[in-house]
Structure formats: C-alpha cells, structure tokens
Design a protein around this ligand. Structure first.
Ligand code: ZN
Length: 404
C-alpha cells in the first residue's frame, strides 16, 4: 500500500534545528550549528576514506572563466544549468563541477608514468541552476558539496583503480545504516566523445572490476555519459525508493580537451586515463536521504550531541559533571542538563533526538552508577566505568573500510 513519507527531511530539518531554506536564496541551505556538525561528520568520513586510499586533497576556485567551461563542454551542453556571471568584463560561471580545477592544477607540470596512478579529491561547493519548480529541499538543491575525486592512470592500471574504489563502497554505506547497494554499468550512448576502441577499453575496465567484486551487475545500454561509461551504486531507503549515490566513471573527453598528457615509459606523450569517483555525489542530497530513511534516529556517530546527563537535583550536579568529563575522555559527546523538572529534561532530550540519556540520582551517586535510558530499551543502572565503555562503543563510527 502506498503511504506518505513519514519523515519529510525538510520538516525534520526544522524540528531538529538542522537547517532551513528561504526565498532569499532558493535551493541553497542555511546550515544551523547542529546540521553543520553532521555535514562535517560526512565530510570527515569522505576525507578519511580518501586519505586511506592514497588521495591528496585539493581546492579549486568557485568562479572560472568561459574558456575553461568551453573546454569541459559545460558552456555548450550545460549552459542553462550554470550560474553565468561577468567577471572583470569577461564571461565566467560558478563551477557546476570541480573537475576542470583539478585538471588545471595537474597541467602545471608534465607528468611521468612514475607519477601514476595519481589520486586527488575535492569537497567542492558547486552551483547548478535548477528550475524553481524542480527544487526539493536538500534532495534537489542549487548549491551543494560534491565529493569529487579524480584518478589519472595508465590504461593497464585502470581496472585496479576502479576495483580499489569499488571495494570500499558497501562498507562505507553500511556505516550509515544503508545498503547493501545495487550495482549498474551504464554503457555507451549514441552521441558520444571518443573512438570505439577507447569505449571498448573503458567499458571492459569497469566490467572487469565489477566482475572481480562479484554480485549482480545490471547493464544499462545507452545510459552512459557522452564522455564515458560509468559504474553506479544505488541504495534503497525504508520507503522502497532507490537513490543513486556512488559512481566511478571513465572520462574519454577531458584529458584531450584540456590537452593533459604524461610521458609514458616509451617516451611518448600520451593522454592518461581519467576517472571521476564519488561516494555521496551531493552531501546535501545524501543527508536528506539519511533523514528520510532514519527519521529522528540518525546513526549516533553522526550526532553533535549523543548523551544527555541529567542530575535529579542540584546535589548530584558534581557527579553528573564528573560523568560528562569521563564520557568526553572516552570520545562521547555529552552535555549536562539542569534546571527544569527531570521529566521535562527527558522530554527535551527526546525532542532534540539525543539518543542516550543518563539519569544520576542520589541512589546512583551512592552506588557509583548512572541509569541509562534509550528509545526501545529498558532502563539499566550501570557502574560509571561500564557506562563510559558501553557508550563509547555504541557511538563510535563504524569502520569505513576493510583493513588493510
Ligand atoms: Zn570530476
């Protein structure tokens, strides 16, 4: 039976004081402290995976002039979706993608085959001018952060590079309580850049990596981008909706249009294989999806405030403060709430979607304990050291990759 989405992320954004939108900036979120803290946890997860996989982070300008977007093809094919501006009497545009900035950095020096594979990532703020009727909170925004990473490599390194990325994808989504993802391969469209031999190689690279991971692979003939084929991972939320999130694509266009070359072992100057990859795609959209999937109960590791420590009355304040310090030392983000009646403070913690509450009364202080409450669990009194250890375990970020 069809039922309404019970967790509209825009509503939750207001209720939990995470973000809001307003008419002064259609499709561009105003992030409140608690919402931004979650965005930063998403960014940190992306950075940690990139560092683990051997990427170095870069940052490129927001505004680039017309000839850059002509080289990338955006000026010709993406004009309506770009925020075009005049910059010192020159045509320019806010970046809708970060890839050209990456290429302009790499073009500054002639690469050798010894530099490859080369991996760079950017958490770039991008702008795309969607029609106002198409906007939908964080899910369809005009400004968002894109976790675009790029790899330059030799043709015979490409499959290993795709595999390196693909292996991390399911574990990464599992940390957010999502998955397992479904994998699809989008093949050459009718109108495309590059010759057939390049497409044969690019498709074989992606297919080869997908087969080595195993599991079902859906083929999508004609669905590739004009510049190359791609692997796409999609996630299903609790409402049965599919979300395409992760992707890795071979780019047969940009290394040529930006005249990027490297010196091969033979001494010849060749175009490298260029891969684009993203785990989130848009961080905003991923956040919106998490809210609609989990409702008020996001994974605890993402939350800026994980535990509320509530002394029953002022006599237990010192014990509550000591417990907060102990939790902080164990890596748990906790606060002590005092003042209102205990039942009001418990209700407030629930309203703020703080997943754990510890009540500290005279009995708990005498016993060196705290009473732990969480949604869907009976209240339990535990010694303070055990509380800290258990909560540290329950709010820890799950591993984002398999060792090594
Ligand atoms: Zn890119």
């Amino acid at each position: 039976m069809e039922h309404a989405i019970e967790h509209d992320h825009r509503q939750l954004g207001q209720e939990l004081d995470l973000f809001h939108f307003r008419e002064e900036a259609p499709g561009m979120a105003f992030w409140h402290p608690r919402g931004l803290a979650i965005v930063q946890a998403l960014e940190q997860a992306s950075r940690d995976v990139c560092r683990h996989q051997g990427y170095e982070e870069i940052r490129s300008p927001q505004l680039l002039r017309r000839h850059v977007w002509e080289a990338s093809g955006h000026w010709q094919h993406f004009a309506d979706a770009m925020f075009r501006v005049e910059d010192q009497k020159c045509d320019a545009a806010l970046k809708p993608v970060s890839c050209p900035g990456f290429l302009l950095i790499q073009k500054r020096s002639l690469l050798s085959y010894r530099d490859l594979p080369l991996r760079r990532c950017e958490l770039g703020v991008v702008h795309r001018d969607e029609a106002s009727g198409a906007l939908h909170g964080l899910l369809r925004a005009r400004q968002f952060v894109q976790d675009d990473g790029h790899i330059l490599c030799e043709p015979d390194q490409a499959e290993e590079e795709v595999l390196r990325f693909a292996r991390v994808v399911p574990r990464f989504y599992a940390a957010f309580g999502l998955g397992p993802p479904k994998l699809a391969l989008s093949l050459r469209p009718e109108h495309r850049a590059g010759d057939d031999a390049s497409w044969d190689h690019a498709e074989a690279v992606l297919r080869g990596a997908a087969e080595r991971i195993g599991g079902p692979l859906a083929l999508q003939p004609g669905a590739g981008a004009f510049y190359g084929p791609k692997l796409e991972w999609s996630l299903e939320d609790r409402h049965g909706r599919a979300w395409q999130c992760g992707t890795i694509q071979v780019d047969l266009h940009m290394p040529r249009s930006f005249e990027l070359r490297y010196v091969a072992a033979s001494g010849a100057r060749e175009h490298p294989i260029m891969l684009h990859r993203a785990l989130y795609g848009s961080l905003e959209r991923f956040f919106g999806m998490l809210l609609e999937h989990h409702g008020r109960h996001l994974p605890a590791w993402l939350l800026p405030m994980q535990v509320a420590v509530l002394p029953v009355d002022a006599a237990q304040s010192p014990a509550a403060e000591a417990l907060r310090g102990r939790l902080a030392a164990a890596g748990v983000r906790a606060r002590v709430d005092e003042g209102e009646s205990l039942s009001k403070r418990i209700a407030l913690a629930h309203e703020r979607a703080i997943p754990f509450v510890i009540v500290v009364g005279a009995r708990e202080v005498a016993a060196g304990e705290g009473a732990l409450r969480s949604v869907g669990e009976p209240q339990r009194s535990l010694p303070v050291a055990e509380l800290a250890a258990e909560l540290a375990r329950r709010v820890a970020r799950p591993p984002l990759w398999d060792d090594p």
